[in-house]
Design a protein around this ligand. Structure first.
Ligand code: SF4
Length: 83
């Protein structure tokens, strides 16, 4: 049985949420990750933080469904130039 996109998103969130309960992500408490816009310097800093994150793969799986913020080393919410 194939999953709907919403079910895939829900499963990805459940996996990430479970990991976040067991692991303190390096972005925890850093409001820079939830901005609407990012400078190149900010993106470089945030990318480095994500690069040390033990749950980056789970974060990336969920982040495919988000439309804003900085997740798993990438700015989300832009059709072109996500980086
Ligand atoms: S990959 Fe980055 S945004 Fe995702 S949980 Fe880790 S530090 Fe936070």
């Amino acid at each position: 049985m194939s999953l709907t996109m919403r079910a895939v998103e829900a499963e990805a969130w459940k996996a990430l949420d479970t990991a976040l309960q067991a692991t303190r992500a390096p972005c925890a408490g850093d409001n820079a990750f939830i901005q609407d816009t990012f400078t190149e310097d900010e993106k470089t800093r945030l990318r480095a933080i994500c690069g040390s994150c033990p749950i980056v793969s789970l974060c990336d799986d969920y982040a495919r469904h988000v439309t804003a913020g900085f997740w798993a080393g990438k700015q989300r919410g832009f059709k072109k130039g996500n980086s």
